[in-house]
Design a binder for this molecule. Structure first.
Ligand SMILES: [Zn+2]
Length: 289
């Protein structure tokens, strides 16, 4: 179940909303704000409602809408789409190399539901960015401060390992070190422990599921389509169209804000809504009666 976010976590999020308000006020006043910092609100700035006051971003499931994802014994299930017939899709963004503050504003101001799967070496700009995402203006600019801005914008921050290995090449202990290390670090830096895990390259084995369970992660989340530069959707399925419950994968790369605008309007033009992944997973992972 994805009910692991404790009351303490919710409190942390409520507090985070206040930071978001301060940042928004700073932005509307036209002040330059470095990534990872939030200026005090300007005198006379209108208070903005926190994300909590506006309710969860994205479509939430109707009663009886979502099918149940079968359990995989005692191990966390591997999920690549949400079982629903409603025209709803889910946006997920991986790694964390390019840290454009404009993208956070876009997500917050337009209340776009996304889930971020962050990887330590990308967030901290250790080593070279992935070739497709290099040469960005904002690589490593805000580091964990950038991830906290995303959290303040209402984005769940989930686990994508420390160093992005192909987990199938590692034994159980090494996999567990990657998964638990990442969850611990995110808990320390962001204030909320992840409940979801996305395996790098989508590769995993039973040891990955065992390690995920040992680290308190409740599901492995794959995807049904990736989004390329320019907002073009590359489908994993032969019929090349969006389907209800699809999970789309993007990366923190240059021009993400532009690609995102194109993608979101394309999804809406095709009659799809953007869904709240946490709410749908909670419904899909409910226990059998
Ligand atoms: Zn990745």
């Amino acid at each position: 179940m994805i009910t692991g976010r404790s009351g303490g976590a919710r409190l942390a999020r409520a507090g985070a909303g206040i930071t978001a308000v301060a940042l928004l006020a700073a932005c509307t006043a036209g002040q330059a704000t470095a990534p990872g910092t939030a200026s005090a609100p300007t005198a006379g700035a209108r208070p903005q409602p926190s994300p909590e006051e506006l309710g969860p971003p994205g479509a939430t499931p109707r009663p009886g809408e979502v099918g149940r994802i079968p359990s995989s014994g005692s191990l966390p299930p591997v999920i690549s789409s949400i079982p629903t017939r409603r025209k709803v899709v889910f946006l997920t963004i991986d790694d964390g190399w390019e840290q454009d503050p404009g993208f956070v504003r876009q997500v917050r101001d337009q209340r776009i539901p996304i889930t971020a799967f962050v990887m330590r070496d990308a967030v901290e700009a250790i080593g070279a960015p992935d070739p497709a995402g290099g040469q960005g203006r904002f690589v490593g600019r805000g580091k964990w401060g950038y991830v906290r801005l995303l959290r303040d914008a209402g984005v769940p921050i989930e686990n994508h390992t420390l160093t992005h290995p192909n987990l199938r090449t590692l034994g159980y202990d090494a996999q567990k070190a990657e998964l638990c290390g990442s969850s611990r670090l995110i808990g320390k830096e962001v204030g909320v422990r992840p409940t979801l895990f996305r395996p790098p390259f989508g590769t995993y084995n039973t040891d990955t599921q065992r390690a995920a369970k040992a680290c308190g992660l409740q599901a492995l989340l794959l995807w049904t389509a990736t989004v390329q530069p320019g907002g073009k959707i590359a489908y994993q399925v032969p019929d090349k169209r969006l389907r209800p419950g699809d999970i789309l994968l993007l990366h923190f790369r240059p021009n993400l804000a532009r690609d995102f605008r194109i993608l979101v309007s394309k999804i809406k033009r095709r009659g799809f809504e953007l869904g709240n992944l946490d709410a749908y997973l909670k419904a899909a992972l409910r226990r059998a009666k």
